[in-house]
Design a binder for this molecule. Structure first.
Ligand SMILES: C[S@@+](CC[C@H](N)C(=O)[O-])C[C@H]1O[C@@H](n2cnc3c(N)ncnc32)[C@H](O)[C@@H]1O
Length: 248
């Protein structure tokens, strides 16, 4: 049984613009036509990028380590009738495939990677990319998060006949560079309310540390852009950034 946060993820993030992310991806990777490209997606979630990206590619290999999300992305890809996607639920270090033309990790996936796991993650990624391949991702800018930490907030939205209340209580630990987000969520429909909680532990990367680790792992040309003002370059105050690095 898929847990409630995963089951309701698409409603909770119904205002997320997946098509806009793919436009940024094609700008940053520089390919208008990607129909001969093999791409690796890391952190598919419920597969909303997956089903939009795959039809533009020769092949998409899509990884999701959370079993509930992996199951939902499988269902979404199957329902869309897409046949050029291979889904995997093992960590990238165990992926038996390489020579990808590019890799993408959308919506803060790098912030899920613990410091103890960073160099193995980036090394495994580099080992699976062809020379010249791109890696595009969006993440929190650790420097900006430290200066302007997330605050408690309540988000309310209505999706069709469903009213969603999401209370977010962050706990910031600047010693460990972590932000723990405690979610308290109500999903209200005419037949009743479903109430549940979810906790996410996110790790913040100072951008110069991330750049150094990417260079050590075999990447070059690491660049950052401000997500809100794309294609403006990121500044120290850009809270969320797009990043592109090129495999040497
Ligand atoms: C915020 S969600 C984004 C999901 C999807 N990309 C979207 O935009 O809706 C981040 C996802 O990355 C997954 N994830 C985190 N670390 C991962 C890793 N090392 N390998 C594969 N998936 C990972 C998480 O399980 C989670 O589903």
């Amino acid at each position: 049984m898929v847990r409630p946060f995963a089951r309701h993820y698409d409603s909770i993030y119904s205002d997320k613009d997946y098509d806009a992310d793919l436009k940024v991806l094609s700008t940053l990777c520089g390919h208008r036509d990607m129909s001969d490209k093999r791409v690796l997606e890391i952190g598919a979630g419920t597969g909303s990028h997956t089903i939009r990206l795959a039809p533009r590619l020769k092949e998409l290999v899509s990884l999701e380590i959370d079993p509930d999300f992996a199951e939902l992305s499988r269902q979404k890809v199957e329902a869309a009738g897409i046949t050029n996607v291979r889904l995997g639920s093992r960590p990238i270090e165990q992926l038996d495939d390489d020579k990808f033309d590019g890799a993408a990790a959308f919506f803060h996936v790098l912030n899920y990677v613990a410091p103890t796991h960073r160099s193995s993650f980036l090394g495994a990624l580099a080992a699976r990319l062809a020379p010249g391949a791109w890696f595009v991702t969006d993440l929190w800018n650790g420097d900006a998060v430290v200066r302007d930490p997330p605050r408690h907030e309540t988000r309310n939205k209505t999706v069709g006949i469903t009213a969603i209340r999401q209370e977010i209580s962050p706990t910031v630990d600047l010693g460990l560079n972590t932000v723990t987000l405690a979610y308290d969520i109500d999903i209200r429909r005419c037949d009743g309310i479903e109430h549940f909680a979810e906790e996410l532990k996110l790790y913040i990367w100072p951008l110069h540390d991330l750049e150094g680790m990417l260079l050590d792992a075999g990447f070059s040309n690491v660049q950052f852009w401000d997500c809100r003002r794309f294609p403006a370059a990121a500044t120290r105050d850009s809270w969320r950034v797009w990043m592109r690095a090129i495999r040497r």
